[in-house]
Design a protein around this ligand. Structure first.
Ligand SMILES: [Fe+2]
Length: 193
């Protein structure tokens, strides 16, 4: 059960996007990317657009692929035919595990994906697991260096979602003001205020 979205209130005049449509990233190796997302993880290739467009001051020849998630959204990738375009627009993501894409999974889906990742031979640091308290996350690095997180929410975290939402702005202000007291009661039960 996901606690994201629980208790959300719509402000007057607000129009919340209904879901993620797609993320986008440039790959240097579309076939390695396809193998990873389709053959290892199990996300179907739902579209390959082959394009030639006047974009950003020049004609660009490129392909644009979409790997499908359960709600119809997708992870998308570009690859350019011209090495100069590839160099101009290509991957420049610095290595940090704090940049990643996180996908919601239930327990069963997480177990299946974790088994597929292991069966494909991924080990640390390319694959690791973190217990965040409010969720358990399986991480794997794709062939482009992009970290993908498969996140399974803890049901206990759903109970406190309204209280967490009510405090969210105050907690942000408190932390920025220098009070770094931890508040993840699921992981820091001994230390949290
Ligand atoms: Fe995350």
């Amino acid at each position: 059960m996901s606690w994201f979205g629980n208790g959300k209130k719509k402000e007057a005049g607000a129009a919340l996007p209904s879901r993620l449509h797609h993320t986008a990233y440039v790959t240097n190796d579309m076939e390695a990317t396809r193998k990873f997302y389709e053959d290892v993880i199990g996300l179907p290739l739902m579209a390959t657009f082959c394009e030639k467009d006047e974009l950003f001051g020049a004609e660009r020849t490129y392909m644009h692929t979409f790997f499908e998630l359960g709600d119809g959204s997708a992870l998308a990738f570009f690859q350019f035919a011209d090495p100069a375009d590839q160099a101009q627009f290509g991957p420049q993501m610095p290595f940090t595990p704090f940049h990643h894409v996180a996908l919601n999974v239930d327990k069963d889906a997480q177990a299946v994906i974790e088994a597929r990742i292991k069966a494909a031979g991924y080990t640390e640091p390319g694959h690791f697991v973190l217990e965040h308290g409010y969720c358990r996350s399986v991480y794997v690095t794709d062939p482009n260096g992009m970290i993908v997180e498969f996140c399974c929410d803890d049901e206990a975290a759903a109970r406190d979602a309204p209280a967490r939402r009510a405090k969210a702005h105050a907690e942000l202000k408190r932390w920025l003001a220098g009070d770094h007291t931890v508040n993840n009661t699921y992981r820091h039960a001994d230390r949290a205020a």
